[in-house]
Ligand binder design. Structure first.
Ligand code: LLP
Length: 400
């Protein structure tokens, strides 16, 4: 049992705490599900990009799915081998494409015809060949939150099947391009298997039709998206997930690439925050804490539910809004959440905060970002120090 009170005393609050052993267990369960099949689990760095977290997965044998050159640099720094690094994203700049090609990563996931031409031109300029994969938009409704749904033609991601075919033919004929993979990602926090299976079937059919015209692809990249339990969701078991994908791939000799983010880190992370005050406005009860939307924006942005535990507190629970100090009515960690009476310096533990928590943080209201602590084998260690005021103004102070 992690002693969160002691951690709060040592490192202060608000604080992110990650259970590295729980991350390993998630990784191993997914790896096991794809056992017997050539596969790469490329950790989606955006979910939690702390260097120590990325290094932890690298040591377990993970690759990295990156969506900016900054993430590619993080992955390389953290020890992910270049041949397990992917670079995805709908808007890559020329300098990012150039650096990714020079870094000789596994492949670049291309998301438009215009981008393919840029990659082709840049690789030609460099006198080399760029390995690419094309992100196909299979037009499948993933049945998740609209902000994290990506596989419909309404979404900005990927290209239609017909465009993908044209792009593969262009790539095959271009000396500076080497088409090696095919990619799709229909959304995040997926809790239903059917859309994943349907998308895999559509993309596998495309792969077969490309084979028929002598375009042989090695990597079948299924994206990420495996959902986790925040509250009472029914989630997909890794085994069922793998079986659904593999059944769509029958007869094909390809390496499955999977880009899990949330599944690996969400429930291994906690956000620890301290109660500043209790207050009432008429009938409404507020618990004001020192953590805010700049630390954990998911409740404000997606109305996301995170379980909250009042550490060491008992007593009759009554509904309260848990709010931070940021000057926005949208600054809350929970609405109408049942909590016992709270006092100054009590601790609230926000669960499932290991994915898209710290990474989506900001310095809004000139708040330094939280420290991050890892727990591994019962031992704790700091993996990011708390930002100071000087850190926050570092890029401005010289221009005064
Ligand atoms: N691959 C691609 C191409 C992606 O766009 C994403 C996530 C992933 C992999 C990883 O998905 P995961 O396994 O983590 O579901 N900020 C939102 C989630 C945004 C997800 C964006 N793309 C949230 O807090 O729920």
């Amino acid at each position: 049992m992690t002693d969160f009170k002691a951690l709060a005393q040592t490192y202060g609050t608000p604080l992110y705490v990650y259970d590295f052993d729980a991350m390993s267990a998630q990784f191993e369960s997914l790896k096991e599900a794809f056992r017997g099949r050539k596969s790469i689990l490329a950790y989606a760095v955006k979910a939690n990009s702390n260097l120590s977290v990325v290094k932890h997965f690298a040591q377990l044998g993970a690759g990295a799915d990156c969506v900016s050159i900054g993430e590619v640099r993080r992955a390389l720094m953290a020890g992910v081998p270049k041949y397990r690094i992917l670079f995805s994203g709908v808007g890559k700049r020329d300098d990012e494409i150039r650096e990714a090609i020079e870094a000789d990563i596994l492949y670049i996931n291309v998301e438009s015809e215009a981008e393919l031409s840029r990659v082709e031109a840049i690789a030609a300029e460099l006198g080399t060949t760029a390995r690419i994969s094309i992100r196909v938009n299979p037009n499948i409704d993933p049945k998740t939150h609209p902000y994290i749904s990506t596989g419909l033609h309404d979404n900005k991601f990927g290209v239609e099947i017909d465009a993908a075919k044209r792009m593969y033919i262009q790539a095959k004929n271009a000396p500076s391009l080497d088409p090696v993979g095919i990619h799709f990602h229909i959304g995040s926090q997926l809790t239903e298997l059917e859309p994943i299976y349907e998308a895999a079937v559509i993309v596998a059919d495309l792969l077969r039709s490309l084979q028929a015209i002598d375009i042989e692809l090695k990597f079948f990249d299924i994206g990420g998206g495996l959902g986790v339990r925040y509250n009472d969701e029914t989630t997909i078991a890794p085994y069922d997930y793998a079986q659904a994908v593999l059944s769509a791939l029958r007869g094909l000799d390809v390496t499955v690439v999977c880009e899990p983010g949330r599944f690996l880190t969400a429930n291994a992370g906690y956000f620890l925050t301290k109660v500043l005050y209790e207050k009432r406005n008429g009938e409404k009860r507020f618990v004001v804490v020192d953590g805010a939307m700049n630390d954990l924006i998911r409740p404000s942005l997606y109305k996301a539910y995170h379980r909250i535990e009042a550490l060491g507190k008992t007593g009759e629970e009554n509904a309260a809004d848990v709010v931070g100090p940021v000057c926005e009515s949208g600054d809350f960690l929970a609405k109408n959440y049942p909590l016992p009476p709270m006092e100054h310096n009590d601790l609230l533990l926000v669960h499932s905060a290991g994915a898209y928590g710290f990474g989506m943080g900001s310095n809004y209201n000139t708040r330094g970002r939280s420290a991050e602590v890892a727990i591994e084998g019962g031992k704790e260690r700091l993996i990011r120090r708390r930002e100071t005021f000087d850190d926050v103004i570092a890029c401005e102070r010289d221009y005064l």
